[in-house]
Design a protein. Structure first.
Length: 535
């Protein structure tokens, strides 16, 4: 008997009194000790299908007009929430996509793992405390007092994901549902989390339902795969067969969709747009009753960088290495020491008022477009803000025309300017963020992880768009990312950062093909190990 059997499942959501189908006719089985991958782009129905197994959809807004879900032969569709308690956590556990929003920010790590044991196992405090330490050791986190008493914001992304896995494993489930467990994690942390999941599966004999849009992960981890799009499974079978002989056009598109190519050779004699000389950003560490400064966090420590017109400088490194802080310092958005020159003019000592005329020429595109676009403003109003600040009121019809032209330039219809950010996909929102920066005709743009949380196909589209815009307008980019495939496709020069310092710097070809430091070699190996699985 299969551990979980899903047959002809349908999921609908009630919107304005109408039932809108989100998933239709989905069927698959998950066998004990094996891994099944649900693959597809955002909005394909992967996560809500997995949540249905645990009956965690927002009922009665969500409903199952058709189908069946059986766990060890027991039907769960329509099962009372009180009866689902014995299945959730005990038989099936879930690791959610974003641990920072899934963990309670007000509770320590120990308390959050403890809660699972107290609710489901009825353990005493002493036994639960011992089990928490076992679980942290199991997922590769040392169970020190500092770690146990830490809050989620005090841990790195990889550490938070390990805590989520520890909570999911607390009751030794038969099935672990892993929903995008490595999205937006550094490439080295990705490799560690995948190795951890495979090792735990071997040791505990549990099944895994892996939800992802990253086909490299699928090939490494799963025996069987179901490809989803538009709420339907369009292709299913053995992973090796699907990868070697895809039948459906959508599957072929997914397999081909990743940033490709190398940047076009650039003119080394191009004008220097911006330069940082020995840039330092230190954050004080305060302690004691009087909050005296006892030390500093050296987020950016004596870094020099130059970006020329039409060129891209890639900045890579793990989370916390100081990449984003360097970009903000060059834009004079945070206080720093050292020299910063724009078009040969020192701007380090300039006042905010003196810098204002330059702000239209130096722009930034943030990592998460959903949180950087105001939900209360239409797309047109969001893009118009920069024009109003830097160019005054002018003629509203001319502004609307310019906004429409800029949107079309980034692949969004001009009439979309009357819609709001929540009405667009992640990739479309990122295009809107690029349009907001582009409308002011900048010379220099900081791109801070603009593709990290996007589907592979959308990543490739954004890379192609950035290449095209750079060639058209001779733009200078500082491209910050932990995704080395994207950096290789765009960057002419690469800085490798670790703990605020540059550990290696040079032409992209040299850094990728012949890295000199152990840290750079480790980054390249982790990226290469994942990337080659897609070939």
């Amino acid at each position: 008997m299969a551990l979980v059997t899903v047959q002809n499942l349908g999921i609908s959501f009630k919107v304005k009194g109408q039932d809108i189908p989100a998933v239709q006719d989905v069927s698959f089985e998950i066998n004990k000790g094996e891994t099944l991958a649900l693959v597809g782009e955002s909005g394909s129905g992967k996560s809500i299908t997995a949540l249905s197994i645990l009956q965690l959809l927002p009922y009665p807004l969500a409903s199952h007009p058709t189908g069946s879900i059986r766990v060890e032969g027991e039907e769960v569709v329509g099962k009372p929430q009180s009866d689902m308690q014995s299945i959730r956590g005990n038989k099936i556990s879930m690791v959610f996509q974003e641990p920072m929003t899934s963990l309670n920010p007000l509770h320590t790590i120990e308390k959050q793992i403890n809660e699972t044991l107290l609710v489901h196992k009825g353990m005493g405090k002493a036994d639960a405390a011992a089990r928490v330490r076992e679980l942290l050791d199991l997922v590769g986190l040392e169970a020190t007092e500092d770690r146990l008493s830490a809050y989620p914001h005090q841990l790195s992304g990889g550490q938070r994901q390990r805590v989520m896995i520890a909570m999911a494993l607390a009751n030794e489930p038969d099935l672990l549902i892993a929903d995008e467990p490595t999205t937006a994690l550094d490439v080295t942390i990705q490799a560690q989390i995948l190795e951890l999941l495979m090792d735990l599966q071997k040791r505990l004999g549990m099944a895994i339902l892996l939800i992802t849009h990253d086909l490299g992960i699928v090939r490494k981890m799963s025996k069987d795969v179901c490809v989803m799009t538009g709420g339907k499974i369009v292709e299913a079978g053995k992973t090796a067969d699907i990868f070697e002989h895809p039948q459906h056009d959508y599957t072929k598109m997914l397999l081909a969709a990743e940033p490709k190519g190398l940047p076009v050779a650039k003119d080394n004699g191009a004008d220097e747009v911006i330069r940082g000389d020995n840039v330092k950003v230190y954050f004080p560490i305060k302690a004691g009753l009087l909050k005296r400064t006892i030390d500093h966090v050296k987020a950016v420590d004596d870094i020099s960088v130059s970006v020329k017109a039409g060129h891209t400088v890639g900045v890579v490194g793990e989370s916390g290495s100081g990449k984003s802080t360097l970009g903000l310092a060059l834009l004079r958005l945070i206080k720093s020491e050292g020299g910063i020159l724009y078009n040969g003019r020192s701007i380090q000592k300039e006042s905010w008022k003196a810098l204002r005329p330059l702000r239209s020429e130096i722009q930034i595109v943030f990592q998460d477009p959903y949180s950087s676009l105001s939900p209360r403003l239409s797309v047109g109003q969001i893009i118009e803000e920069g024009l109003l600040v830097h160019q005054g009121r002018g003629d509203p019809d001319e502004r609307r025309k310019l906004i429409g032209e800029t949107l079309e330039e980034v692949g969004i219809p001009a009439e979309a300017q009357d819609r709001y950010p929540h009405e667009f996909s992640g990739g479309q929102r990122q295009r809107i963020s690029i349009a907001r920066a582009l409308i002011l005709k900048p010379r220099f743009i900081v791109l801070d992880e603009p593709t990290s949380a996007l589907d592979m196909s959308v990543q490739a589209q954004i890379v192609d768009l950035l290449r095209d815009l750079q060639a058209r307008y001779n733009l200078a980019y500082l491209f910050i990312s932990h995704d080395l495939k994207v950096v290789r496709a765009l960057a002419d020069t690469v800085l490798v950062m670790k703990k605020g310092k540059v550990v290696e710097q040079g032409p992209a070809e040299q850094i990728f093909d012949n890295p000199q430091t152990l840290y750079t070699k480790a980054l390249m190996k982790a990226a290469f190990d994942l990337a080659t699985l897609k070939e």
